[in-house]
Structures are given as structure tokens and as C-alpha cells.
Design a protein around this ligand. Structure first.
Ligand code: HEM
Length: 377
């Protein structure tokens, strides 16, 4: 329930052991004034440092200000612990250059080459209203009210400079990012996050997660690229699929999470093992085979997604799925080729649909006294 340090070499909320709850929001910048954006980022940073420490924002907070003015802090987190709140910021392609090609904030030349516009993937059914955004903020906490309070107050501070483009709540983590955590389950009922990059894999994190000096640009060193995908799951169809079919599609046992043919969740996957009928135990189109580094030029991801159920869709089905969040050193070598392969061949596609998308450059950590994105300006 304690606080997670806001300042540091890397932004918190990436390798931080995944908290239970998510409130993710993207913002469109509504001003063309560079100074207004810088002022906002300074104000956001000050508020983020206070909120992640479990404190009210502003000078007077929620209840100690002048009675005639709206309170500086909206108040619903008063009395709640910090609940491991982290706030992580990222900048989308449109922050550097808008749809008309305008260089609104003089940042066009600062756009990292790795911050590509994501290509169209087979089966994509993206809703523009749930995609993109100039700035993304990921709020994670073990308390949903703490996460919601954080996004709400940033949105409030941003009024006049930014507008919320969309936001997404997630109620259960679908990944573990530390070996100290047990692996949670996604809404298909499977353990998710077994073969994930974990904070203990320090050498691998330099190789796969953090932007290195030789990658550039300077302002991104120590940062990471975030790809977000709102993936709708047609859980009603999945729930009518047999257990063995479900396990074949994923490539792991539903109970243990062990790769098919093995007994323990963390056993290495044997892609060569064959059953009595001569077919591979882990099918050639199983999700864990198609997504595995061995079949993706060694590429890995740090997955940090959340389950969501946003009520029902008006057709008697739950609007449920996985809000996929993945951090990486270079999406051109990681998310894009992996997703291309999954989009082409994954049998899971019969049960999922990608309906929202985003890509964001999340700068390195904030040194004390600095502000979010300072090195960019
Ligand atoms: C592994 C589910 C989408 C990449 C897994 C596992 C499950 C799973 C159950 C096995 C446990 C584990 O090792 O974490 C799902 C579901 C998805 C989904 C239900 C959609 C709703 C994606 C997407 C990507 C992806 C979009 C990337 C483009 C991976 C990777 C692994 C994995 C890299 C680890 C493979 C390995 O090295 O063994 N997923 N996944 N998944 N998934 Fe997904």
C-alpha cells in the first residue's frame, strides 16, 4: 500500500511490479502554444509527484483552501494510502506533427525514428475515438479510486490546454512484471504473463526494454516505447469452446499454465515435442509459439495489460477484453513483427478483435527538480 518513488533513472510504472488496477487516458493538446504545453507538463509533474506520494495536490489540497474557490484537489483520495500509484507519461506521433503535417510545438525534428505510425494489421477494426492521442498517461495502483483520482486531477489541471481523448479502466492485471508476483489470469481464464520480461532480468531489460544511448534520440535514453491495444474478447464464443481446444489455441494447460507436454508453469517450452499422432504438442499455430522470441528474431516485450469489462454492448454480450500494454526498446523490431505474425496465423483471432490502438514514446525517468519530458524541449 506504500508509495512508489516517482523520481529516478526510469519512469515508474514500467518495471514496477504490476499493480492490480489501471486508469489509462490519452489527451489531445488543444493549444498551439509551446509555452503552454511546457507549463502544463511542469504542473502535471508537480501533481504527479504529490499524488504518487499519497498527498493532495496544490498548496492547500482538497479541504484547506479558501472556501470561495473550487478545491485544488478533488478530494476522493483523501484518507486513502498511495496504494503504489505510478503515473507514466508517453508522447504519441501526433504530438510531434499533427494530421495536417503542422509542427505545432517545434518538435518535428525531435520525433524518434522508432515512434512510427503503427501499420494496419490484418483483422484490425480500430475505432478512431479509442485510438491515438498526443499524450498518454498510464495510472496504475492497487486501489481503483487512487488511479481514477490521479487521471481526473491531471485532466482537470489540463483544462484549456488538453482534452481527454479517451480513457480506459482495467480491473485486474494480466501480467506479472516481477518473479516475486504470482501470475494472474486473463478473461479467457488462462495464466498470463508467465514468459514476460521481469524486473529481475536486468541485462535483458537493457537489451529489450530501455532505449540505449546508441539508439537515440537523447531525450529518449532510459525510456521505452509503449504500444496500447484495446482487444475485445468475444468471451461468449470462447466459453462454448472445449477445454482441449482452448489449451491447443494458447499452447499451455489452463490449470497449471504449463506449456503443453510439460508439468510446471515455468518449464521451458519444447517446440519439438510430438504427441503419439506425430503432431507437435505445442501446435504450429499456438499463440505461445507464434509470439515466442525463437520465432521472432529474439524479440521480447514487457507486457503490462489489464482485464476490462465496460458493461455490455447492447447486443447481450459483455464488452470485455484485454487492454494490452507492452513496453519495448523499438516497436519496429518488437511489437510490429510479432503482431504481424499473430494477425496472420493466430487461432486466437477467432475470439479477439483489436478495436483501439496507440503508440507512445515514454521518456527516461524524471530527475528530482526536472519535469516530464524536459529533455524534449
Ligand atoms: C503469451 C494470452 C495478445 C504477445 C501469452 C500467454 C497467454 C496469452 C495466455 C501465455 C502465458 C505467458 O507466457 O504470458 C493472450 C490473449 C491476448 C494476447 C488472451 C489477446 C486478448 C497478445 C498480443 C501480443 C502477445 C497482441 C503481442 C503482439 C505474447 C507474448 C507471449 C504471450 C510475447 C509470450 C510468449 C512466450 O515467449 O512464451 N499470451 N495474448 N499476446 N503473448 Fe499473448
Amino acid at each position: 500500500t506504500g508509495p512508489v518513488e516517482f523520481y529516478g533513472e526510469h519512469q515508474a510504472g514500467i518495471v514496477t511490479p504490476a499493480q492490480d488496477r489501471l486508469h489509462f487516458a490519452t489527451f489531445d493538446v488543444t493549444t498551439d502554444k509551446r509555452d503552454a504545453v511546457i507549463a502544463l507538463l511542469k504542473e502535471w509533474t508537480a501533481a504527479a509527484a504529490l499524488m504518487t506520494a499519497g498527498r493532495d495536490i496544490g498548496q492547500y489540497g482538497a479541504v484547506n483552501g479558501p472556501a470561495e474557490a473550487p478545491p485544488e484537489d478533488t478530494g476522493e483520495a483523501v484518507g486513502l494510502p498511495p496504494a503504489r500509484l505510478t503515473l507514466t507519461i508517453g508522447f504519441g506521433p501526433s504530438f510531434f506533427q499533427d494530421a495536417k503535417g503542422n509542427d505545432r510545438f517545434g518538435l518535428k525534428t525531435k520525433r524518434p525514428k522508432a515512434l512510427v505510425d503503427l501499420p494496419h494489421f490484418i483483422g484490425d477494426n480500430l475505432d478512431p475515438a479509442r485510438s491515438g492521442g498526443d499524450i498518454a498517461v498510464q495510472a496504475c495502483s492497487d486501489d481503483p479510486q487512487v488511479a481514477v483520482h490521479a487521471i481526473r486531477n491531471l485532466a482537470r489541471i489540463g483544462f484549456g490546454t488538453t482534452a481527454v481523448r479517451y480513457s480506459q479502466l482495467g480491473f485486474g492485471r494480466t501480467s506479472s512484471t516481477s518473479r516475486a508476483q504470482t501470475t494472474p489470469r486473463n478473461l479467457f481464464g488462462f495464466k498470463d504473463g508467465t514468459n514476460n520480461l521481469k524486473l529481475e532480468d536486468t541485462a535483458k531489460l537493457e537489451d529489450q526494454l530501455w532505449v540505449q544511448p546508441e539508439d537515440g534520440p537523447d531525450w529518449m535514453v532510459g525510456g521505452s516505447y509503449l504500444v496500447s491495444r484495446r482487444i475485445r474478447m468475444t468471451i461468449e464464443t470462447w466459453d462454448r469452446t472445449s477445454l482441449s481446444e482452448q489449451e491447443t489455441i494458447v499452447g499451455r494447460g489452463k490449470g497449471t499454465g504449463a506449456p503443453l507436454g510439460k508439468s510446471d508453469e515455468f518449464d521451458a517450452i519444447d517446440f519439438e515435442a510430438k504427441g503419439n499422432d506425430g503432431t507437435p504438442k505445442v501446435a504450429t499455430d499456438a499463440h505461445i509459439r507464434l509470439a515466442h522470441p525463437q520465432f521472432n528474431n529474439g524479440a521480447e516485450l514487457l507486457r503490462r495489460g489489464y482485464n476490462f469489462v465496460d458493461g455490455s454492448d447492447g447486443l447481450g454480450r459483455l464488452d470485455a477484453g484485454l487492454f494490452f500494454l507492452a513496453y519495448q526498446r523499438d516497436p519496429r523490431k518488437q511489437f510490429i513483427p510479432i503482431q504481424n505474425q499473430l494477425a496472420r496465423s493466430d487461432v486466437l483471432n477467432e475470439y479477439i478483435r483489436h478495436v483501439g490502438s496507440g503508440i507512445f514514446a515514454c521518456p527516461g525517468g524524471v530527475p528530482a527538480g526536472s519535469f516530464w519530458g524536459e529533455r524534449l524541449f
